[in-house]
Design a protein around this ligand. Sequence first.
Ligand code: NAP
Length: 268
Amino acid sequence: MSAAPALCGIVLHPAGHTLSPVLHRAAYAELGLDAHYHAFDVPLAKAADAVRGMRALGLRQLSVSLPLKQAMLELADEISEAARRIGAANTLTLADGRIRADNTDWLGVVRTLEPRGAWTGRRALVLGAGGAARAVVHALRELGMRVSVHNRTQERAERLARELGAEMARDGDDCDLLVNATPVGMHPRPEDSPWPAERLDPAAMVFDTVYRPLHTRLLREAGERGCAVQDGLEMLVHQAVEQVELWSGLRPSAAVLRRAALAVLERD
Ligand code: NAP
């Protein structure tokens, strides 16, 4: 008998619409990995049970999504430096009986932006102060950018700015990069936008981390004003590439994952 296939998956709640199974299964097929990937519906109150289950069943890797990203940090045996700074884990990997918490969302941001310009010393404005915004700000700081944060709840933005070396946004600030890290504009309210069109600077690039829909109102209005635009799929694809490499040591092709995700998004 050959060895049993590796078991992997994602924990989140509710478990409805995640693209992660599509991305990971495409990666395993490309790399010839004998592995299964399932979506597990895990409410916050069951986070510790899920980690015990991971250990008991020998699940090789779990991706982590809302609302568990913070709780999983506290339940892991080891935490990567990036996950600790960001304050959220999107990846749990089991090796030698120990569970390591990592964050690959920020690497997804770096891989998305790196090919699109030289960012060191330039200014970014980030909308939001949740888990995604924290990963974005960490990534932009690692790219050497000066970052301002704008959020509906001021205290949350102040905390993020203090902890990750950013500033609070002020009216009239200009920026080279605007990033939406809120859910505003996401399905089922694609008519919403997190930022007024008249305040978009045509010289700036606009990056929306929302990927459902892919072409958000923010990106449409930014494109109409002449801004360079970037949708959220690239970040999603690259965080998954990094996850697969973390447990398997093999690096899947971003193009393969992108194609698999687009096939689903285009049916939306
Ligand atoms: P989160 O931790 O719940 O944070 C949500 C943030 O958005 C908070 O700062 C919240 O402000 C703000 N917000 C929520 N609703 C708002 C509204 N109606 N008006 C203004 N601000 C609002 O969520 P998250 O994990 O950071 O995820 C945020 C979004 O990022 C997701 O919806 C997803 O589209 C995107 N994302 C993309 C990727 C990717 O790979 N592309 C990965 C992760 C997340 P308050 O602090 O005032 O509540």
